[in-house]
Design a protein around this ligand. Structure first.
Ligand code: SAH
Ligand code: SF4
Ligand code: F3S
Length: 508
């Protein structure tokens, strides 16, 4: 940073906010709260594609300052955190591992279930003390919760010490928001409810150098009746294939071994292009030609999973045959109330088609129990579907009403006790089948992408198979970041123990 930039950056010292009482007359604090009603609208206007850049006047803003981001929620949020970290670094901030020495703390929140939200409100309670002792600390709330009116109102009322709230569509505005927060005495609230643009060239600081996430689309238009995501993430917008391919090529050149293509409903990729017919199958068919050993994608919606995609996945190679295909319920009646727009039969038929061309494919899923008025029989249908498909594993949840969604208005006659019992029964089935599936690996040789030392034992290395099974084994640290062959000796409840057979540094 040159002297001029240093002077400029010192103009936005947080201390100014407290000492320079007159600042407010020059800078009106931004107050742009969210609206679930606006978020629900799906406009016809074309998506604009824009490039990110740090405005000249903000360069060096972070000189001598540290940032800390705590992430709640799905891969999408994790990846947004990587983008925000990239923006912080581009502004000159340094990362830190703890809140204690951070100059800016962001909570990147998730709104999917009530307990996710409660965690964040609990954390805000803790951070209040820290903030009291260090008034120059900037505290921000972003992510999906900030897209909810009720949350913003609650923060304004109960946690007024928060300095900034910004939404999922405002991430690229982080430099401006930080600047506003330094200058203003008021809480800066900037939440756009109606997204529009797809921003390219966002800086990213990825969490590791072995696996990487790549967004292929944003938003969700499915409006499943229980779900808040279409409101917090806006309408479906696909990135252009050439931008995605360029990003993946760049990651391959940097030596990444695995990429996961990300979207809330990746099977709807390309449906919003007006100038061409191009879907996820077409994209995967191009990406598989890139020299990168492993390619995954998540999350799939059964409704839009088309034959073209199945045909491309069948080509195998670096396209992994592990498919996460959330079913939510095994009852067609419940699926109808959820507005999932497929039936039990449709789902089973899709699974049949996938297994026909990929007999070894492993399937995992998401299931909600205790949807309003779910009967015992309907729940039994979920258990029977689980057995019939033979899922490898599942994420299971008790239904949580989300304010503003249609399901939240449904009368519910299922007591919480019953919901909990159902979850326990389902979890038992999930755990038993997972253990059984893992047992089948004993004696087999699998390919493992070695990620590093095991969390519990630094003498042991850990990595994942193509089907996302965690394998622990002893080997020299030099194999970290490589794909090796491991013979499985013992299956544990959740993981596999093995012995390295050989290095298989094989690209495709
Ligand atoms: N886009 C993905 C889901 C993202 S949310 C899909 O459609 O598959 C991840 C999971 O959270 C969902 O699959 C669902 O099982 C669960 N979920 C979403 N809303 C929920 C709610 N209100 N209560 C309980 N679980 C919910
Ligand atoms: Fe939510 Fe349904 Fe969209 Fe998934 S597809 S994000 S469950 S609305
Ligand atoms: Fe949560 Fe938002 Fe992801 S609600 S699950 S962080 S899209």
């Amino acid at each position: 940073m040159n002297e001029k930039q240093r002077q400029e950056s010192s103009q936005v010292n947080p201390a100014d906010k407290k000492s320079e009482k007159d600042y407010s007359q020059y800078f009106q604090a931004v107050y742009m709260p969210p609206s679930l009603k606006d978020a629900k609208k799906r406009g016809k206007e074309e998506v604009k594609y824009d490039d990110f850049g740090i405005p000249e006047e903000f360069r060096g803003m972070g000189q001598g300052r540290k940032f800390y981001i705590r992430t709640y929620g799905c891969q999408m949020n994790e990846h947004d955190t990587e983008v925000m970290a990239g923006i912080f670094m581009a502004l000159g901030y340094e990362p830190t591992d703890g809140v204690e020495d951070a100059d800016v703390i962001l909570l990147n929140t998730c709104a999917i279930r009530e307990n996710a939200e409660n965690k964040v409100f609990g954390e805000l309670g803790h951070l209040k003390t820290l903030k009291k002792g260090r008034p120059d600390l900037l505290l921000g709330v972003c992510g999906c919760m900030s897209q909810e009116e009720s949350v913003v109102n609650r923060i304004l009322k109960v946690h007024p010490f928060v300095d900034m709230i910004f939404g999922t569509h405002n991430i690229h505005r982080l430099p401006n928001i930080l600047n506003e927060a330094y200058l203003s005495k008021e809480m800066v609230v900037e939440v756009w409810s109606k997204e529009g643009d797809v921003i390219e060239n966002l800086p990213k600081v990825r969490k590791g150098d072995i696996k990487a996430w790549v967004n292929i689309m944003y938003g969700c238009d499915k409006f499943c009746t229980y779900c808040i995501v279409p409101y917090t993430r806006g309408k479906e917008r696909s990135r252009r294939p050439e931008d995605i391919i360029q990003e993946v090529r760049h990651l391959a050149a940097q030596g990444y071994k695995e990429i996961t293509l990300l979207g809330q409903n990746v099977n709807a990729y390309g449906k919003d292009f007006e100038d061409m017919t191009y879907g996820l199958g077409d994209l995967m068919d191009e990406i598989r030609k890139i020299d990168i050993p492993r390619i995954r994608f998540t999350t799939s919606h059964p409704r839009d999973f088309d034959d073209r995609l199945i045909e491309v996945l069948a080509k195998g190679g670096n396209l992994l045959d592990h498919i996460h295909l959330p079913v939510q319920s095994g009852s067609s009646e419940v699926l109808k109330l959820m507005a999932r727009k497929y039936s039990r039969e449709h789902y089973l038929e899709l699974v049949r088609k996938i297994k026909e061309v990929m007999p070894n494919a492993s399937l995992t899923t998401d299931i909600i129990v205790g949807f309003p008025n779910e009967t015992d029989e309907q729940f039994e249908e979920t258990l029977s579907l689980y057995r019939e498909v033979g899922f490898d594993s599942a994420y299971t949840f008790i239904y949580s009403p989300r304010e503003g969604t249609p399901a939240a208005k449904m009368q519910d006659n299922v007591p919480m006790e019953v919901k909990k019992e159902r979850l326990q029964r389902l979890n038992k089935l999930v755990n038993d089948t997972s253990a059984q599936k893992l047992k089948e690996y004993e004696g087999k040789v699998v390919e493992v992408l070695v990620e590093g030392e095991s969390k519990n034992n630094p003498d042991v290395l850990a990595g994942y198979t193509e089907k996302s099974k965690l394998v622990n084994f002893r080997a020299p640290k030099s194999v970290i970041g490589k794909i090796v062959k491991v013979k499985i000796k013992k299956a544990k409840t959740w993981t596999l123990d093995g012995e390295m057979v050989e290095e298989a540094v094989e690209v495709k």
